[in-house]
Design a protein around this ligand. Structure first.
Ligand SMILES: Nc1nc2c(ncn2[C@@H]2O[C@H](COP(=O)(O)OP(=O)(O)OP(=O)(O)O)[C@@H](O)[C@H]2O)c(=O)[nH]1
Ligand SMILES: [Mg+2]
Length: 454
């Protein structure tokens, strides 16, 4: 889901992105033998494949929206190169690095993979595959001339969701035209657009405020009106950005908003915040009556102070600066007292249980046996089916990990089909062909409809 964002002035603020990540496949290992004049029995010299490139996200304050990523959602890292003869290893695949704004949360199937908050924080989101081993790696005392090499491991490939919630210590809220942008501009270097009509600001602005040797980030959250939590005005597009702030400054226009008198206006905003998320009602909130230079401001300040006993109520003028230092004094005093654990954490589904070593066997509709499990699927992907010796090795591994037993237990009989990943095998009790070490029974005959190897 992406949002329309602020299309004025060219900059589009986008705070969600749905991406397709594909890390690089490892290069295939080589099977080769040293052939040189006067060097008999040269031995295996097939190099390893290079590892595939990974996809990285790096958090930086230089980027403020997910726009680039949302518009280019297919993110691919480079494949590793194959190994060669003469022990030449393949080159590594190129990593892909993307810069994301501070406050970007990365999710996969609803589970949070990363919450990128620190400047320069790097996260390897999709890992490149390992390079396949060349035949040099398969040399043993018993087999000094192995014709076995692995294919490269596939890179991780999945869809992810990025969600940005701007990271600010202080959120400026209030009805449109209350003077939020004016205040932000007065206390920081941010230069949001300011004008005497509502909805001037269409996306959050962040400014760094320095006051008496202390610093904090403040965000101007636009577009709050009655019904915002259900999508009115700019709706709740930006409300999520106040979730992670430590405190709120609620600016009040002494003239009220439309027909709403200031007192009622304050209640409406407070209700909107609460409806959006109960945590917002609990957040420390300072009320600030703005436009102190207007004649009615003082009375409004006195009234609100009386009506909202639980709130601290300030009287400021964002335009003239009156009362602003006192408000900032209070903010820098309060900020350190707000505990990290009270703050909003991105909601996360439980991470899928890592299925590691094991595999499962189930019966498909057509009677074939489906074998699945990350490790065994990876094994299949890395097997070079063009090499008879690799086949032997695969059969041996099948046996060692207990697949033969499991299939037998599941009722497999001679001639049944067994599927693992994209490959299909015919199950057989046939004896070993001659000339092979007879320790391992040949249980699988090669059968692969895609490649036609049979
Ligand atoms: N008299 C007076 N006017 C002010 C003061 N602060 C802001 N204003 C004016 O109020 C109007 C609205 O100010 P903005 O800062 O754009 O208000 P906002 O809350 O950011 O409004 P939106 O972006 O529309 O949500 C502008 O015309 C400002 O010049 C103040 O202290 N005194
Ligand atoms: Mg504004």
């Amino acid at each position: 889901m992406s949002n329309p964002g602020d299309r004025r002035g060219g900059a589009v603020f986008i705070d969600t992105a749905h991406v397709y990540l594909k890390a690089g496949k490892g290069g295939n290992g080589a099977s080769s033998f040293r052939r040189e004049k006067y060097i008999p029995y040269g031995g295996p010299d097939g190099g390893h494949g290079g590892r595939g490139g990974s996809v990285w996200f790096v958090a930086t304050s230089n980027v403020t929206t997910l726009r680039e990523i949302a518009f280019h959602p297919h993110i691919t890292a480079g494949d590793g190169s194959p190994g060669g003869g003469n022990r030449r290893d393949g080159a590594y695949g190129e990593d892909k690095t993307l810069y994301v704004p501070l406050g970007t949360v990365v999710k996969r199937d609803g589970a949070v993979l990363a919450d990128l908050k620190e400047e320069g924080q790097r996260f390897c989101v999709a890992k490149g595959g390992r390079g396949g081993r060349g035949n040099t790696a398969f040399k043993t005392r018993f087999n000094t001339a192995p014709k076995i090499s692995e294919n490269g491991e596939p890179g991780e490939e999945f869809e992810a969701w990025l969600e940005l919630s701007v990271l600010a210590d202080v959120g400026l809220v209030g009805f449109p035209n209350a003077g939020k942008s004016t205040l932000l501009a007065a206390v920081s270097a941010a230069r949001p657009k300011i004008a005497g009509y509502p909805f001037t600001t269409l996306s959050p602005n962040i400014g760094m405020v320095a006051h008496k040797g202390k610093g904090f980030a403040a965000a101007d959250i636009p577009g709050l009106i009655e019904g915002a939590h259900e999508g009115k005005g700019l709706g709740d597009l930006f409300l999520k950005h106040v979730l992670r702030t430590k405190l709120l400054v609620h600016l009040v226009d002494p003239a009220g908003f439309g027909d709403l008198k200031p007192e009622k206006a304050v209640r409406v905003i407070e209700k909107e915040l609460k409806e959006f998320h109960p945590l917002l009602a609990k957040k420390t909130t300072l009320l600030a009556v703005n436009k102190a230079d207007l004649p009615e401001a003082e009375a409004v300040h006195a009234l609100l102070a009386k009506k909202f006993k639980k709130r601290e109520v300030f009287l400021i003028s964002a335009a003239t600066g009156k009362g602003v230092p006192r408000l900032l004094d209070r903010i820098i005093k309060l900020l350190p007292s707000i505990k990290e654990e009270e703050l909003y954490k991105p909601e996360s589904a439980p991470a899928p249980a890592a299925r590691r070593g094991g595999f499962s066997v189930e019966r498909a509709g057509d009677g074939a046996f489906l074998v699945s499990g990350p490790r065994i699927e990876k094994l299949i992907a890395m097997t070079n089916f063009a090499q008879p010796d690799s086949w032997d090795r695969l059969r041996r591994i099948f046996r060692t990990i207990g697949l033969d037993k499991a299939l037998k237990k599941a009722g497999a009989v001679e001639g049944d089909m067994v599927r693992v990943g994209p490959r299909e095998f015919e199950w057989s009790d046939a004896a070993l062909p001659t000339g092979r070490p007879s320790k391992f029974a040949y249980k699988y005959r090669k059968f692969d409809p895609d490649s036609g190897i049979a």
